[in-house]
Design a protein around this ligand. Structure first.
Ligand SMILES: N[C@@H](CCC(=O)N[C@@H](CS)C(=O)NCC(=O)O)C(=O)O
Length: 218
């Protein structure tokens, strides 16, 4: 098995794949695709992922893109034992899959406020009118977390990774209004305490915050 991950630390979906690889204890080769220098649109990379996006994973000759699909594949192929990140029981897995789809939407709700592309490349600001969307998303989190303290099961699953991802990005503009969301706060602290959290996220989040804050100052 030779796993090769095409990614860049600043990319949130890429980091969720890194979390999954590390949670599963898998060795992999890193190939940085520098989006800021347009490497994702070069013919060499388009041959690997015709959509020109990261993350993308190859496993010998098998290639797969889309972070949620990549993480599901990795678990299907390599996860063993009980307490799985991607449960094998169809009903439990259904709950995780449900949240993997929901997380695309909650991600968009938060990103509409954070406005990464606008801030970095068009001199814009975070979109204050979209704060309501952030709060609507956070209400959903509190609901999902009310039963077990995890998002989709009674333990950690891929659903937790993908719901955590946009919350981490809220730190870019310095959003910290979580007072009405105690369950979400406690759950995010649990995710941040995972032994592989920092090595998967710290570099990307730090670089991204620096770029975002520098762009806001211009
Ligand atoms: N739904 C995709 C999103 C992938 C995505 O949009 N990646 C961004 C980086 S975070 C990218 O490659 N952007 C370059 C582009 O769209 O040109 C996933 O979850 O993998």
């Amino acid at each position: 098995m030779v796993l090769k991950l095409y990614y860049i630390h600043q990319s949130p979906p890429s980091r969720m794949v890194v979390m999954t690889l590390k949670a599963l204890g898998l060795d992999y080769e890193e190939v940085i695709v520098n989006l800021f220098e347009g490497e994702h649109k070069k013919p060499e990379f388009l041959k690997i992922n015709s959509r020109g996006k990261v993350p993308c994973l190859s496993d010998d000759n098998y290639v797969i893109a889309e972070s949620r699909a990549i993480c599901s594949y990795l678990c299907n192929q390599y996860e063993k034992g009980d307490n799985r990140l991607y449960p094998t029981d169809p009903k439990q897995r259904g709950q995780v899959d449900q949240i993997l789809y929901v997380s695309e939407n909650t991600n968009d709700m938060m990103m509409a406020y954070i406005n990464v592309g606008g801030v970095l490349f068009r001199g814009e600001k975070p979109v204050e009118e979209k704060i309501g969307e952030v709060k609507k998303a956070l209400d959903l989190y509190e609901g999902y977390l009310s039963k077990t303290g995890y998002i989709a099961s009674d333990g950690l699953t891929l659903a937790d990774f993908f719901m955590a991802s946009p919350l981490l990005m809220l730190d870019l503009p310095g959003y910290d209004d979580f007072k009405d969301y105690p369950k979400t706060t406690a759950w995010l602290a649990k995710i941040k305490a995972l032994p592989y959290f920092d090595e998967s996220n710290k570099e990307g989040l730090t670089k991204m915050k620096e770029m975002y804050q520098n762009a806001l100052k211009k």
